[in-house]
Design a protein around this ligand. Structure first.
Ligand code: IPM
Ligand code: MG
Length: 366
């Protein structure tokens, strides 16, 4: 890569700074990056009293891409327990997604061959799994009207609303991704649209709209699946899925389920993108793991794989993305395992964040 890319780095809370630090070492080994680091989540609450400041939003807007660690922790949860109006770290993450218009969240689930034994599923179920969750990220129940009322002894409500344009644009992302994934592959592209159309009006509009968009993609096979059934099918026959497109909350839940198929939540990267040419945000699917923060044992691989997605989708450099992904493959094949991946099988050795980073760097320089 000749040009220097301007990356805003948002390490966040808990293990965030450790995994992002390790990932920057890897990025520096393959290209030229100029980082500006900013606070988000609990770290920002401590410093500024809010989880996301306007300055940080502006810095992200001016960047080529945003790399994020994780937000949240018990300290701020306690503050909210004592005072429900206290700021919450998650507001930082939701805020940056909304402000940058990052409506499409891509979460690929593809178990690493070396980790098949770490999956809670049997080998014959998991083998061949290679799916992509396309999660709508700036609408639905996460961003609807919500609040509390005094009736019936105290009531809380969260509205789930979707507009036709919101459904259309995420559906197009899913169909386009399905086409791209099928390129050079035997099996044709397939999209499974997940909803709860037997109960929810927003899901019925979702299904109708997906069907209309699908008319532009006659080469892509489309089916509709109810979310409860999908949760079940994901563990019974994960290899049968290709692209799953779904609304915000269902995507949140199904992607954690999908992640665990790969053996650890610590392996799943994600990319959040918005309008063409605007900066995307790249972050691991796992959280801030406050219980192990500062112990040097966090698994940095999902963040490194998110950096690979940043290179591929955000900076148009698929070649460097491939290099990071094969380096991660190589490290896993060599038997190195952070504690979340360690099964005690022969050939495995338990290591920490820095040793994993060093091993990835060694793979890159081979
Ligand atoms: C995720 C997380 C976030 C979400 C939380 C931390 C707000 O679970 O990215 O999946 O629900 O979107
Ligand atoms: Mg989640």
């Amino acid at each position: 890569m000749s040009e220097t890319s301007r990356i805003v780095v948002l390490p966040g809370d808990g293990i965030g700074p450790e995994i992002v630090g390790a990932t920057k070492e890897v990025l520096d080994a393959i290209g030229s990056f100029e980082y500006t680091e900013h606070l988000i989540g609990g770290a920002s609450i401590d410093e500024h009293g809010v989880a996301l400041t306007d300055e940080v939003v502006e810095a992200c807007r001016q960047s080529d891409a945003v790399l994020l660690g994780a937000v949240g922790g018990p300290k701020w949860d306690e503050a909210v327990a004592n005072d429900p109006t206290a700021p919450r770290p998650e507001q930082g993450l939701l805020g940056i997604r909304k402000e940058l218009g990052l409506f499409a969240n891509l979460r690929p689930v593809k178990p690493f061959p070396a980790l098949i034994e770490s999956s809670p599923l049997k080998r014959d179920r998991i083998e061949g799994t290679d799916l992509l969750v396309v999660r709508e990220l700036t609408g639905g129940i996460y961003f609807g009207d919500s609040g509390r009322r005094d009736d019936n002894g105290g009531t809380a409500y969260d509205e789930c609303a979707y507009s036709v344009p919101e459904i259309e644009r995420i559906t197009r992302v899913a169909f386009e991704a399905a086409r791209q994934r099928a390129f050079g592959r035997d099996a044709g592209p397939r999209v499974t649209s997940v909803d709860k159309a037997n109960v929810l009006e927003s899901s019925r509009l979702w299904r109708e709209t997906v069907k209309v968009v699908a008319e532009d993609y006659s080469d892509v096979e489309l089916d509709h699946m109810l979310v409860d059934n999908t949760a079940m099918q994901l563990v019974s026959r994960p290899a049968d899925f290709d692209v799953i497109v779904t609304e915000n909350l269902f995507g949140d839940i199904l992607s954690d389920e999908g992640a665990m198929l790969t053996g650890s939540l610590g392996m799943l990267p994600s990319a959040s993108t918005g309008a063409e040419g605007e900066p995307g945000l790249f972050e691991p699917v796992h959280g801030s793991a406050p219980d192990i923060a500062g112990t040097g044992s966090a698994n940095p691989l999902a963040t490194m794989l998110s950096a690979a997605m940043m290179l591929r989708y955000g900076l148009g450099n698929g070649e460097s993305a491939d290099r990071i992904e094969s380096a991660v493959d190589g490290v896993l094949a060599s038997g190195l395992r952070t504690p979340d991946l360690f099964s005690g099988a022969e050939g495995e050795s338990k290591v920490g964040t820095e040793e994993v980073a060093a091993a990835v760097l060694a793979q890159l320089s081979r």
